[in-house]
Design a protein around this ligand. Sequence first.
Ligand code: PLP
Length: 362
Amino acid sequence: MIPMVDLKEQYQTLKAEIEQGFAETFENTSFILGPNVKSFESEVADYLGVKHAISCASGTDALHLALVAAGIGRGDEVITSSFTFIATAEAIRYVGAIPVYVDIHPDTYNLDAGLIEAAMTDKTRAILPVHLFGQPTDMASIMALADKHNLKVIEDCAQSFGADINGKMTGSIGLAGAHSFFPSKNLGCYGDGGMITTNDDAVAEMLLMLRNHGSKERYYHEVVGYNSRLDELQAVILRAKFKRLPQYNQQRRRVAHRYSAGLAGSVVTPPHEDGLGTHVYHQYTVLSDQRDAVMKKLADNQIGSAIYYPVPLHQQKVFADVCKDVSLPVTEEIAGRCLSLPVYPELKDAQIDQIVDVIQSI
Ligand SMILES: *Cc1c(COP(=O)(O)O)cnc(C)c1O
């Protein structure tokens, strides 16, 4: 059995460190915004090359709080991708703004920057690109458009922790970056967690209040905030994994490149690296006209596979009213042909070769 993701083997290598951190936390009882949360925030800020890293309760909250702090609100339009996890658009709706979906590039599955300008109206306030599956979006083009039209850029980095564009990390380029520590993400905890990164002092100050009941000083409240803090125990786990993240992402690239070499000439088309940045392969996603047959053959051989994402957001029931007339041909085509294969740092060469052989036999 080869699952889509296996978190158990990695845990064995982290177990002693995590248990020690837990024991210390249980003894010092600093359960909320304790020393591990603070250290983790400064370690992430250093690594991503940003002035501020503010942790919160989930990647969804990170997107939501970033939009609030950026001043995006009722009636504002936010340009984003339809080929992403629902949370990207939910966060836009939480602040009363309207997601405006732009089609993706067929090679990278990321927003097609060349189509963004045509989607702008006098209500457009922000662009929310998603670095999907771990491949950085074309941020140079997006930042140029944002400068030209005076728009805020919030990066959805939930799948791209550690990916860079010419040495600039995703999450350090737009006004803010939203990160998720959901267990299966490239940097995942053992529960929910998230982080917002920014170089903007005012945005950071607002975020610090928003995540903690609108208060800078205890029992003095300046804005209506939320209870959205990263748990101290999750921070212990994240610090242990964070030390090893460059190695984990390297291993994901090894897995991907072995797949791509082996799958040449098969019924699936390997993913394309556009070379603008470093792909950290949160997912290894192929295209195939014979998706059902591939999935069945893999399942028959005890190998996991999954469709990310079968229904693009503009075709989801929840957006049926606002997306009646939206048509995104590339997004719809890719959603009908995409298939993700198992990828995690511990996946062995022999397992990759087995998966390749199964697909090559079709
Ligand atoms: C996982 C994910 C999120 C949400 O993160 P959570 O931590 O699960 O709330 C947002 N956007 C994308 C693209 C994601 O993959």
